[in-house]
Design a protein around this ligand. Structure first.
Ligand SMILES: Nc1ncnc2c1ncn2[C@@H]1O[C@H](COP(=O)(O)OP(=O)(O)OP(=O)(O)O)[C@@H](O)[C@H]1O
Ligand SMILES: [Mg+2]
Length: 303
């Protein structure tokens, strides 16, 4: 599959081709890149590895180098555009251009752009870097988020989905673990003072940029700060798969992040458990059995 003569990552093509809408989006990419290149005056120079959107390096934009991210238009693409716009000035790349109808963002190219997962830092140092980025993002006033969605509105929709998916794949997790996740999701509420959550802040979405760390790929909503720890508790992806090891590592991380950011560690643990089981069941539902097993192990480690 190529767009504008460039080869897209196999994982992106495989994942997106599962639905008719995804295939139509892939087919449209060539034309979209062409139109945007003329309108925003850039030239495509490369393709970065990605799974959910096409991420291209380009020559152009105010500094001469930029990254073009194209996502299937819809709620998730909008949550990213709104989030990046709200976070401007905090630890994220500068947003140069956006076209919400096309699901397109032209942003600063972070350089060197090394992901935290490949930084060679110790787990403690990486956890400190995550804490700094979260602190920066959470300091953004919530009023800056266009058309805010509430995380609690989303969690309220999850129990029925989890229950149905577990019934189709009951071997993935004990019923008592499912019960724990359902209770957490049913009881999840709005805090008195919400923040703009990134919702996908982990070691592959935190990149080095001129001596600091910055976050890409936000999927913003408003809610309890503790919910934002879930993605980092299951990353770097499958670096540790043993439940006891995951438990020990995540306890350490919860302690240090809880202390550094003044968080309720148990609330963070509970959300990460429910959210990881949710993703495990989704992975099982699309036949991604290895990822499903890993995510179920993460959920168990937080039980
Ligand atoms: N502004 C940027 N500057 C430099 N590199 C970037 C930038 N944005 C994204 N990247 C690189 O491209 C990768 C994919 O981008 P992103 O996470 O936004 O896409 P995605 O479709 O959600 O992919 P994934 O499923 O891998 O998270 C990032 O992990 C990062 O390595
Ligand atoms: Mg990403």
């Amino acid at each position: 599959m190529t767009a504008a003569g460039l080869r897209l990552p196999d994982g992106l093509v495989r994942g997106t081709s599962r639905t008719a809408a995804g295939r139509a989006w892939l087919d449209s990419l060539h034309g979209v890149v062409h139109r945007l290149a003329r309108r925003w005056e850039f030239r495509v120079t490369g393709v970065l590895d990605s799974r959910y959107g096409a991420v291209l390096t380009v020559r152009g934009g105010p500094t001469g180098r930029a990254v073009l991210k194209l996502s299937p238009p819809g709620a998730e693409a909008l949550a990213e555009a709104f989030g990046l716009a709200a976070y401007q000035g905090a630890a994220v790349p500068a947003l140069y251009e956006r076209d919400d109808a096309l699901g397109a963002l032209l942003v600063q190219e972070l350089r060197p752009g090394t992901p935290l997962a490949e930084s060679g830092l110790t787990d403690e140092q990486a956890t400190e870097a995550v804490a700094d980025v979260l602190d920066s993002l959470w300091s953004v006033p919530v009023a800056r988020l266009e058309r805010p969605r509430r995380l609690a509105e989303y969690t309220a929709t999850r129990p029925a989905v989890l229950h149905a998916r577990w019934t189709a794949a009951p071997g993935l997790a004990p019923e008592a673990l499912l019960g724990a996740a359902l209770r957490i999701l049913e009881e999840w509420d709005d805090p008195p003072a919400p923040v703009i959550l990134h919702n996908d802040l982990h070691h592959h979405n935190v990149l080095s940029s001129g001596g600091r760390w910055a976050a890409v790929d936000p999927k913003c909503s408003l809610g309890h700060r503790e919910a934002d720890l879930a993605p980092m508790l299951r990353n770097p992806w499958r670096a540790v798969e043993d439940v006891a090891e995951l438990r020990a590592r995540n306890r350490r991380r919860l302690r240090s992040l809880g202390a550094a950011l003044g968080l309720d560690q148990d609330r963070a643990r509970r959300y990460a458990l429910a959210n990881s089981l949710d993703l495990a069941l989704w992975s099982a539902s699309i036949g991604a059995t290895d990822d499903a097993g890993y995510l179920a192990a993460v959920a168990r480690s937080l039980w």
